[in-house]
Write a protein that binds this ligand. Structure first.
Ligand code: GDP
Length: 364
C-alpha cells in the first residue's frame, strides 16, 4: 500500500481538476458542489531524474518510478462536520490518509460559482480548517466518553488518557490544529489511534489562474498563511496542469514555456508530497528493471527489502549498497564491485535517499 494524500478544499477550488492532472484518472469535473460523492483514488508517479541516470548505466527493460496515492475527497463545506452536504461521510474517508493536500481557490472565474460568494483564500482555508477541527472535536468527545466509562470501571490507565484528551480538546476548541502542537510520548500514544484530521501534515496548493503565473499575486495570502503555520505551500494552475498532463513531453515543455514555467507544477507538488510524507527513495536494479521504492526515512534494510517482497524481509541476509551518484560515476555495477565501492550492509543498516540496493535473501 503506498502512502496516501487526501485532497481537501471547498467545492470549486479545483480539487478534481488537480486530481485528474495528477492521476489522469477520470474523476468527473463539474461546477456542482456534490458531484464527487465516492472518494476517487488514484496513483501518481513521483518524478525523479536519478532514475534516468541509473537506467543509463544498467540499460533495463523498464523504469518504474515511485508512486503516491491520492484520494479526491469532495464535500467539505461550511457545516460539513455537522452533517451538511454529506460532510461527515466525506470526513470519515479522510481518516485513512497519511497527509492532506489543501487546494485553495486563488482564481477568479465568473462561470465557476464560489460557495462562499467571493474570492478570499485565507477565509476559505479557515472554513476548511474549522470543519476539520470540529470533526476532530467530535472524535475526541467520543473518546472522552469511553475513557470516563473506563474510569468508572477502575481502569488505572484511563486517568492519564482522560487528561491527554482534555489537553487536545482545549487545543481544538481554540481552533489550534493538533499538528501545530508538540505532543509528548504519552500524549502521542493516545492520539495516534484517533487519526485526527488536524494532526495530519498539510501541503497548501494555491490554485491560481494561468494568466496569473508564474508569480501568482493572488496566491500571496496563501503563501503567507502557510509560512506562518510552518506548512508547505506550492502555487500552480490546476486547469493548466490538466492541459499539460494530456500533452506529449516535448509539447508540454513548449506549452509551459509560454507561461514562463520550466516544469509542470505537478513535479513540484509530487516532490512536496513526498517530503510531506517523510519519504525517501532507494532504487533496485534487479529483474531488468530500474525501480524507485518509497520508504519512510529511518527504515532499516530488512524492512526496505520487505517493501519489494515479504519473503525478502523474512529471509533477509544482507544488502549490497551503492549511492546512485557513485554508481553513475563508476560506470557499472561490475566496476563498482571491483573497486570496492559497493558496500555490504546488514540488518541494522538505515536506508539513505538515493541508495541503489541489491538484497540477498533465502527463499522459503
Ligand atoms: P472541485 O469541486 O474542487 O473538485 O473543483 P473542480 O476541479 O471540479 O473545478 C470546478 C470548476 O473550476 C471546473 O469547471 C474547473 O474547470 C474550474 N477550474 C479549476 N481550476 C481552475 C483554474 O485554475 N482556473 C479556472 N479559470 N478555472 C478552474
Amino acid at each position: 500500500m503506498p502512502l496516501s494524500i487526501g485532497i481537501v478544499g471547498l467545492p470549486n477550488a479545483g480539487k478534481s481538476t488537480l486530481f485528474n492532472a495528477l492521476t489522469t484518472a477520470g474523476a468527473r469535473v463539474a461546477s456542482f458542489p456534490f458531484t464527487t460523492i465516492e472518494p476517487h483514488h488514484g496513483i501518481a508517479p513521483v518524478p525523479d531524474p536519478r532514475l534516468g541516470a541509473v537506467a543509463a548505466i544498467t540499460h533495463p527493460d523498464r523504469v518504474v518510478p515511485a508512486a503516491v496515492e491520492f484520494v479526491d475527497v469532495a464535500g467539505l463545506v461550511r457545516g460539513a462536520a455537522g452533517g451538511e452536504g454529506l460532510g461527515n461521510q466525506f470526513l470519515a474517508h479522510l481518516r485513512d490518509v497519511d497527509a492532506l493536500a489543501h487546494v485553495v481557490r486563488c482564481f477568479r472565474a465568473p462561470d465557476v460559482p464560489h460557495v462562499e460568494g467571493d474570492l478570499d483564500p485565507v477565509r476559505d482555508i479557515e472554513v476548511v480548517e474549522t470543519e476539520l477541527a470540529l470533526a476532530d472535536l467530535a472524535t475526541v468527545d467520543r473518546e472522552l466518553e469511553r475513557a470516563q466509562g473506563r474510569i468508572k470501571a477502575h481502569d488505572p490507565a484511563a486517568a492519564e488518557e482522560l487528561a491527554s484528551l482534555h489537553t487536545v480538546r482545549g487545543w481544538l476548541q481554540r481552533g489550534v490544529p493538533v499538528r501545530a502542537q508538540t505532543a509528548d510520548e504519552s500524549l502521542s500514544r493516545v492520539l495516534r489511534p484517533l487519526r485526527l484530521l488536524t494532526a495530519k501534515p498539510v501541503l497548501y496548493v494555491a490554485n491560481a489562474a494561468d494568466t496569473d503565473l508564474p508569480d501568482a499575486a493572488a496566491a500571496a495570502p496563501v503563501r503567507r498563511y502557510a509560512a506562518e503555520a510552518q506548512s508547505s505551500v506550492i502555487t500552480l494552475s490546476a486547469e493548466l496542469e490538466s492541459e499539460v498532463a494530456a500533452l506529449p513531453a516535448v509539447e508540454a515543455r513548449e506549452f509551459l514555456a509560454a507561461y514562463g514555467l520550466s516544469a509542470p507544477g505537478r513535479d513540484r507538488l509530487m516532490r512536496a508530497a513526498y517530503d510531506l510524507l517523510n519519504l525517501i527513495s532507494f532504487f533496485s536494479t534487479a529483474s531488468r528493471e530500474v525501480r524507485a521504492w518509497p520508504v519512510v526515512r529511518g527504515t532499516k534494510a530488512p524492512q526496505a527489502a520487505g517493501a519489494i517482497h515479504t519473503d525478502m524481509e523474512r529471509g533477509f541476509i544482507r544488502a549490497e549498497v551503492i549511492p546512485w551518484d557513485t554508481l553513475t560515476q563508476t560506470g557499472s555495477l561490475q566496476q563498482a564491485r571491483e573497486r570496492g565501492v559497493l558496500r555490504m550492509e546488514g540488518r541494522d543498516y538505515e536506508i539513505r535517499d538515493g541508495d541503489v540496493i541489491y538484497f540477498h535473501f533465502t527463499a522459503g
